[in-house]
Design a protein around this ligand. Structure first.
Ligand code: AGP
Length: 606
């Protein structure tokens, strides 16, 4: 992960680098740093902790310069500390890096033999010294390409050179890097989002490419040191805002705007007048699909698990689901008649991208469901279905999860209709029900505001928690557990309720909070029986069910009620109380809501 920024300008760059680093903090936030060229020398400032700390440091000891690079780190090699923070500089070169250098130990030994003295435990410092070394014998582009060829692994780099003090260099392999064109200045950024406030004219470096930025021009080179031309793209005018507004943090904003997310997404795909779903130029005729494989990581994977249930109910197409980090290394027979769907909020997740790349190399049909339409995954897949959720900044995914599920559900309905596996009246009814979803979400949000905070208190002394559900509620149980883990650092497990007796029931003891997801669906009675088994063993049950549901509430500690809806829509509503629960438990524990420890929003390393 890690965030990189680079600016070559006629003006002082420090303040713009800091502002951009703040935007990139979702990629990593354990340390931050900046390097500029001041009076022909490399001037490096860095510290452990947030960009805020770096800003304070620069306030006391300002850094000038018309060109510079900046970095926010998510530690891979070496603990988060001042010494391991980027940039890593020699007298000649300063480097910021996103990615992992797999042969760094071996390279380090060779460089040490040559007399280079390493200060950090990072894999990045080898790049600094390799560049320093190659520069003795080669010109700039040659020295860079020689260095890149020596490296195994993935990287996006921002580099400053004392000798070429008007140039910022960018290079990539594996990790994304955007290049921006501005008025009298040019930029490098880990993603276009970081550059958006400065320019909407960008291009993306491809693997093996290098760019040289000055304040008035950008030159691109390939790995053979040959100059190349690149197409300039204009970024879409994003109507969504990435500001917190009156909310305390991004996560509460993002949870509370899920009715708007649903509305925006439905508006893009559903034509209520014609009672139809728009799906033009789909890469494969749904009638010819042999099998659908849904692939993602973390929360995105949970949306795939949910979609498996919808697709299986609405179509006769066999469905596989896969975690991208597993899919990419398994011996899988890829089939040209299958459709491979990749789900990713950021569109930059390294494992998901690698799984997609594998499919592309085997010429099978790919489709991506992303939030960031300019992302690497979107750009590499045959077909893109955006979720239209607007920027999601909180590391814990909330509205994007809802958007991912929604697009997958809409897709399942449409494929079913094209294959004539659903009746016309059922199809129209489902479309009609979708229209009601934003209001149902709004009601659930309002209900949760008042009713969830009190429940959160019960989790404070707990050793852990369990989330149980069946059918469509099972993936939501997984997601509820993941949200609680990542936000409050409380151990949590999500399980199919029927699986408890096969082992996890042993975990139930007096006072353990157990969230039972029991909407009034076909599994209801069975789930309630499982709930009784938990109660009998002392579990403190929080029952999540539908309004007006006459359930025995004896010995149930809390009951939360979501609105009654079409059974297929319950996952959208069930998710909301669980997001609120994780949020409030984390708040009571004073955890950093938007930036949970050890995590990052965009996971661009394996
Ligand atoms: C969600 O709360 C997590 N932070 C994480 O699991 C995330 O969903 C996962 O890393 C995948 O990210 P992506 O959707 O950007 O690919």
């Amino acid at each position: 992960m890690c965030g990189i920024i680079g600016i070559a300008s006629k003006k002082l760059v420090t303040s713009n680098i800091i502002q951009s680093l703040k935007k990139l903090e979702y990629r990593g936030y354990d340390s931050a740093g900046i390097a500029t060229i001041v009076n022909g020398e490399i001037n490096e400032k860095k510290c452990a902790g947030r960009v805020e700390n770096l800003e304070k440091m620069l306030f006391k000891s300002p850094s000038s310069g018309n060109l510079g690079i900046g970095h926010v780190r998510w530690a891979t090699h070496g603990i988060p500390s001042h010494v391991n923070a980027h940039p890593h500089s020699s007298d000649e070169v300063s480097v910021v890096h996103n990615g992992i250098i797999e042969n760094s130990n071996e390279l380090k030994k060779n460089l040490e033999k040559k007399g280079y003295k390493f200060k950090s435990q990072t894999d990045t410092e080898v790049i600094t010294f390799l560049l320093t070394d190659f520069l003795k014998d080669f010109d700039l582009v040659e020295a860079i390409n020689k260095t890149l060829k020596t490296l195994n692994g993935s990287f996006a780099l921002g580099i400053l050179f004392k000798k070429y003090s008007n140039i910022v260099v960018g290079a990539r392999r594996g990790s994304p890097l955007a290049v921006g064109y501005g008025p009298e200045e040019n930029y490098l950024g880990s993603d276009s989002y970081a550059l958006k406030s400065m320019t909407n004219k960008i291009t993306y470096l491809e693997d093996g490419e290098v760019c040289l930025l000055t304040n008035n021009k950008i030159d691109f080179y390939n790995s053979k040191n040959k100059k190349i031309n690149k197409e300039i793209l204009t970024l879409s005018n994003d109507k969504h805002t990435a500001e917190k507004g009156d909310y305390k943090d991004f996560m509460s904003k993002e949870i509370n705007e899920q009715n708007i997310t649903a509305k925006a997404c439905i508006k893009e795909y559903v034509d209520h007048l014609r009672k139809d779903i728009n799906l033009y130029n789909f890469p494969i005729n749904p009638l010819d699909i042999n099998k659908i494989i849904l692939i993602g990581c973390g929360t995105a994977y949970h949306s795939c698990v949910t979609a498996k249930y919808w697709f299986e109910e609405l179509t006769n197409i066999p469905i596989d689901i896969d975690i991208a980090s597993e899919f990419r290394y398994r011996k899988i027979k890829l089939n040209k008649k299958n459709l491979y769907i990749f789900v990713s909020q950021s569109g930059e997740t390294a494992d998901t991208f690698a799984a997609l790349d594998l499919c592309k190399k085997n010429s099978v049909k790919t489709c991506s469901i992303v939030n960031v339409v300019e992302s690497s995954i979107a750009r590499s897949s045959d077909f893109v279905l955006p979720i239209h959720a607007g920027p999601e900044i909180g590391v814990a995914s909330t509205k994007a999860f809802l958007g991912q599920m929604l697009v997958l559900y809409i897709l399942a309905i449409k494929i079913s209709e094209i294959r004539k596996e659903i009746s016309k009246s059922d199809y129209e009814k489902k479309i009609n029900d979708l229209k009601k979803l934003p209001d149902l979400i709004k009601n659930t949000l309002n209900y949760c505001q008042d009713n969830v905070p009190i429940i959160a208190k019960d989790f404070l002394k707990a050793k852990g928690a369990m989330f149980l559900g069946r059918g469509l509620s099972f993936p939501i149980a997984l997601e509820g557990a993941l949200k609680l883990k990542e936000l409050s650092y409380l151990h949590a497990e999500g399980y199919p309720a029927g699986e408890m007796k096969h082992g996890p029931l042993a975990l139930i003891e007096e006072g353990l909070p157990v969230v039972i997801l029991a909407p009034k669906d076909r599994y209801f009675e069975k789930t309630i029986s499982n709930m009784q088994e938990v109660i009998a063993r002392g579990g403190k049950v929080i029952l999540l069910t539908n309004e007006d549901n006459k359930v025995i509430r004896e010995n149930v500690r809390f009951t939360l009620e979501i609105p009654v809806s079409n059974e297929h829509l319950t996952p959208f509503l069930m998710t909301i109380p669980l997001q609120f629960l994780a949020y409030h438990v984390a708040s009571l524990k004073n955890c950093d809501i938007d930036k949970p420890r050890n995590l990052a929003k965009s996971v661009t390393v394996e």
